[in-house]
Design a protein around this ligand. Structure first.
Ligand SMILES: Nc1ncnc2c1ncn2[C@@H]1O[C@H](COP(=O)(O)OP(=O)(O)OP(=O)(O)O)[C@@H](O)[C@H]1O
Length: 252
């Protein structure tokens, strides 16, 4: 029928399902008001369901935070970095939530929310951090910090990033243009497999924000170093301490 109509230049009424054209981007234009209004109804029903599920998710996350506590402590054991081939027995014994350290005849036990052993990966750590980010997007104040002696793996766990990571490239270029050589080196230590918690968190937040069409998000970033009583803005062009505490006196 369609073919005949074209050949004989006859105007015919096509069945409703034929009143549509496929767009190059895979979309479809429907030629009937009724179908459009049905789709609009479906979209608004889906939006309302999405709002309902989001509310339930926030409630569930709130309950989870109440159960697990709003402060969570993880302990990560850095693999030993040995320059010799002599194998020494690790002074650290770990279980899921306990860690024991033996040194000079003293044994010290600690309990935390989760212990990551020497073999743990950046993925394992981020898996525990991920739900907290969701909570940040829901409007809660969130802080993730690493604490430990020098050389214990704070930078590795938190910052290691890979400049070839597409999502992080733009932001890292801005950051790197401000950083000191030494800090920039730390930032560039990672590969795409071992990205630290910070670049992963940025990727995760951007990805959630891009998917959520019902809200507008604005992001800001700051990087500060607290070292030996000095506070340094790592993104400031001049690498001068903002604050220094000398023998109890505070100078600005
Ligand atoms: N989980 C790990 N797996 C492999 N290597 C690690 C791990 N954690 C740390 N390292 C390595 O150990 C070294 C010291 O780690 P890092 O620089 O992150 O320590 P830090 O706690 O930030 O030290 P500082 O306080 O002096 O800045 C680095 O060479 C890092 O690559």
């Amino acid at each position: 029928m369609e073919k005949e109509a074209m050949e004989g230049h006859v105007n015919v009424m096509l069945p409703q399902e034929n009143l549509r054209s496929d767009l190059p981007n895979g979309g479809i234009v429907l030629g009937h008001d009724k179908e459009i209004s049905t789709l609009q109804e479906e979209i608004s029903a889906l939006r309302s369901r999405q709002r309902h599920l989001n509310r339930r998710r926030r409630e569930a996350l709130g309950k989870l935070i109440d159960l697990k506590g709003s402060i969570r402590v993880f302990c990560r054991v850095r693999p030993s970095i040995s320059t010799s081939n002599i194998k020494i027995k690790s002074p650290v014994t770990v279980e899921q939530e306990n860690i024991a350290v033996r040194a000079v005849g003293i044994k010290k036990d600690s309990s935390v929310d989760r212990v990551f052993d020497q073999e743990s990966t950046q993925d394992d750590v981020f898996h525990e951090v991920k739900p907290i980010l969701r909570s940040a997007l829901d409007g809660h104040n969130v802080c993730i910090l690493a604490f430990g002696q020098t050389g214990t793996g704070k930078t590795y766990t938190m910052v290691s990033c890979c400049l070839s990571s597409i999502e992080f490239k733009a932001i890292s270029e801005i950051i790197l243009s401000h950083l000191s050589f030494e800090t920039a080196n730390c930032l560039q230590e990672g590969t795409s497999d071992n990205l630290g918690a910070v670049p992963r968190a940025i990727q995760e937040l951007f990805s959630h924000a891009a998917q959520d069409t019902s809200s507008t998000y604005s992001f800001s970033i700051s990087m500060l170093e607290v070292y030996m009583g000095s506070l340094r803005d790592l993104l400031a062009p001049r690498q001068q301490p903002l604050f220094r505490s000398i023998e109890g006196n505070t100078t600005w």
